[in-house]
Design a protein around this ligand. Structure first.
Ligand code: 5RP
Length: 263
C-alpha cells in the first residue's frame, strides 16, 4: 500500500512517523492541521490502539483534526481543559534556517498559533520542499474579521509599501463562490509578498491593525523540525540543542494506516 503513495506523501508520512516517537504516554499533545499533521494523528491513533500511548490527551487545532483524532481513538480535550501542553506537532507551509514558519495554508493559523504557543515544545513536520532561504514565496495568510475586510485589505496593502517585501497584493481566500470562513468565523487574506525580508517586523506590524486577528508568521515558536524525504530518510533539527540527527524509516506494506487515506 505504501508503494501507492507519491514521494511527497511518503516524505510527509515518514516525518510524521518519526515525530510521533517524541510523544510519551501521559502527554498533552497539540495536534496540527493539514495533510502532514493528518499522518501524525493517524500514527498517534495507531500507537494509542496498540496500547503504548493509552493516556495521551490531544488538543486539536481545527474541527477537521478533532474529527480525525476522535475517529482514530485519541482522547480529545480542549486547550482550557489541558491548560498547557507538553508538545505540539504540526505541519508548515514554509520554514527557514531560523525555524521561522509560514502557516495557515489550511486556514487554521489562529488556533495553531495559540496551541503552539501554549506548548513546552513545538515540532514541525514537513517534506523537504518546505524549506526556503527566505519566507514569502508561499502567500502569507492573515486572518481578518469579516466586518470591513475590504478596508483591512486596503490598509494592509498600504502598509506593505513601507515593508521589506517584494510583492504587495492581498487577496481574499475563497471557498468556491463564497469567501473562505475559518473555524472561528473569520476570513483569510493571502498576502502575495514573494520575499519577506524581515518576518519579525512584518508579524508585529500586521497584528497592530484593528481588523487583523492573527497572521501566519510563526517567529521563535518552533523548537524542532522533522524533515521527511520520499525515500524514507528523515532529518531532525533541534534549535535549542543545536543538533541534527539523521534517520531512515521503512515503509511497512501491511501498515493499516495506508488503507484509510482520508485526504
Ligand atoms: C494549516 C497549516 C498547515 O500546517 C500547512 O498548510 C501545511 O499543510 P500540509 O501539511 O497539508 O502541507 O498551517 O493551517
Amino acid at each position: 500500500m505504501a508503494g501507492e503513495l507519491s514521494p511527497i506523501d511518503k516524505a510527509k508520512y515518514v516525518a510524521a512517523r518519526r515525530a510521533a516517537d517524541l510523544v510519551e504516554d501521559g502527554m498533552r499533545v497539540g495536534l496540527g492541521t493539514g495533510s502532514t499533521a493528518a499522518w501524525l494523528v493517524r500514527c498517534l491513533g495507531e500507537m494509542v490502539r496498540e496500547g503504548g500511548l493509552r493516556s495521551i490527551r490531544g488538543v486539536p487545532t481545527s474541527h477537521r483534526t478533532a474529527e480525525l483524532a476522535r475517529s482514530v481513538g485519541i482522547n480529545v480535550v480542549s486547550l482550557d481543559e489541558a491548560k498547557w501542553l507538553d508538545i505540539t506537532i504540526d505541519g508548515a507551509d514554509e520554514f527557514d534556517a531560523d525555524m521561522n514558519l509560514t502557516k495557515g495554508g489550511g486556514g487554521a493559523l489562529l488556533i495553531e498559533k495559540i496551541v503552539a504557543t501554549a506548548s513546552d515544545q513545538m515540532v514541525v513536520i514537513a517534506d523537504a520542499g518546505k524549506e526556503v532561504e527566505s519566507l514569502g514565496a508561499f502567500p502569507l495568510p492573515v486572518e481578518v474579521i469579516p466586518f470591513g475586510w475590504r478596508t483591512t485589505q486596503a490598509l494592509i496593502e498600504e502598509t506593505l509599501i513601507s515593508m521589506d517585501v517584494l510583492g504587495r497584493t492581498a487577496t481574499l481566500r475563497m471557498n468556491g463562490e463564497a469567501p473562505f470562513v475559518t473555524d472561528e468565523g473569520n476570513h483569510i487574506l493571502d498576502l502575495h509578498l514573494a520575499r519577506i525580508g524581515n518576518p519579525r517586523q512584518l508579524a508585529m506590524v500586521l497584528n497592530q491593525m484593528p481588523g487583523v486577528v492573527e497572521n501566519g508568521l510563526f517567529i521563535d515558536i518552533c523548537d524542532t523540525v522533522v524533515i521527511g524525504y520520499g525515500d524514507g530518510r528523515v532529518e531532525v533539527r533541534d534549535i535549542n540543542q543545536g543538533t541534527v540527527e539523521h534517520d531512515r524509516l521503512d515503509f511497512e506494506d501491511t501498515d493499516n494506516l495506508f488503507t484509510d487515506l482520508a485526504e
